[in-house]
Design a protein around this ligand. Structure first.
Ligand SMILES: *[C@@H]1O[C@H](CO)[C@@H](O)[C@H](O)[C@H]1NC(C)=O
Ligand SMILES: *[C@@H]1O[C@H](CO)[C@@H](O)[C@H](O)[C@H]1NC(C)=O
Ligand SMILES: *[C@@H]1O[C@H](CO)[C@@H](O)[C@H](O)[C@H]1NC(C)=O
Ligand SMILES: *[C@@H]1O[C@H](CO)[C@@H](O)[C@H](O)[C@H]1NC(C)=O
Ligand SMILES: *[C@@H]1O[C@H](CO)[C@@H](O)[C@H](O)[C@H]1NC(C)=O
Length: 202
């Protein structure tokens, strides 16, 4: 009985930690600044603002992860000549990691930039005052995802057509769904434990 009580208490402690801990997902400030900056830029051009796209966010993170070991030079990021950007061999694999594939991403646009320290104002001009501005000034884009690692920040633009939606077909599921499900299961489990616990302990 004692060990039962012990495991109950242990479970309750575990649950409180689980329930009280803040959600893991939080955007970096630089990413939020850039998001708002880009939308202000779009507004000044009389274009609709871009809505956040979770899968594009995921993909931007994966691309930033690939770039992070590369130093900033005058031939990387926003300073690059179009077409010379390194294409990663594992590009399709990176897409798969975000439940995407080339058929729902080919019309999108991936724009990496390298700014030491990711200074917000410099980051924004890297996008609005480079060749990237052509993309930002394009009404075909409707959604956006931003990811950053070290000095790299990556913007992924999505369209509202199927070729660039960055939305997996229904049924294929996304990692977010899984995370949601897990946290729901955790919640139900914890509530039940709390109920049982209050009966046995008090
Ligand atoms: C945006 O729209 C407003 C009102 O329709 C117009 O006065 C302004 O010149 C437009 N700006 C641009 C950059 O097109
Ligand atoms: C990049 O910088 C190097 C060294 O500072 C310089 O020689 C080269 O011309 C630059 N390239 C471009 C494209 O500006
Ligand atoms: C982007 O930022 C880097 C680092 O601050 C800077 O050297 C470069 O000139 C910027 N490029 C553009 C196109 O703004
Ligand atoms: C944005 O695109 C429109 C239409 O293609 C063009 O007239 C305008 O000059 C562009 N503005 C900027 C700031 O690139
Ligand atoms: C991409 O995914 C869709 C469904 O999610 C599938 O129908 C299609 O065949 C896939 N395309 C490729 C190239 O894998």
């Amino acid at each position: 009985m004692a060990s039962f009580h012990l495991s109950l208490v242990f479970g309750l402690v575990l649950c409180s930690i689980l329930l009280l801990s803040p959600p893991v997902k939080c955007d970096h400030d630089e990413e939020d600044d850039l998001y708002q900056g880009i939308n202000k830029y779009r507004e000044s051009l009389n274009l609709t603002s871009l809505t956040k796209n979770e899968n594009a966010n995921c993909f931007a993170d994966k691309i930033a992860d690939q770039f992070k070991k590369q130093p900033c030079t005058n031939t990387t990021g926003a300073n690059t000549v179009p077409g010379t950007e390194p294409q990663f061999d594992n590009y399709p694999k990176l897409l798969t990691k975000c439940k995407l594939n080339i058929s729902n991403t080919r019309d999108g646009s991936v724009m990496p930039a390298c700014v030491p320290g990711l200074v917000s104002t410099v980051v924004l001009t890297n996008f609005t005052q480079s060749l990237y501005s052509q993309n930002l000034n394009d009404s075909k884009y409707a959604g956006i995802g931003i990811g950053s690692e070290d000095n790299w920040i990556v913007v992924v633009l999505t369209t509202d057509t199927s070729g660039g939606s960055f939305v997996p077909e229904a049924g294929s599921g996304s990692s977010d769904d899984t995370a949601n499900l897990l946290s729901k299961i955790g919640l139900v489990y914890c509530s039940m434990l709390l109920l049982v616990g209050s009966v046995f302990l008090f």
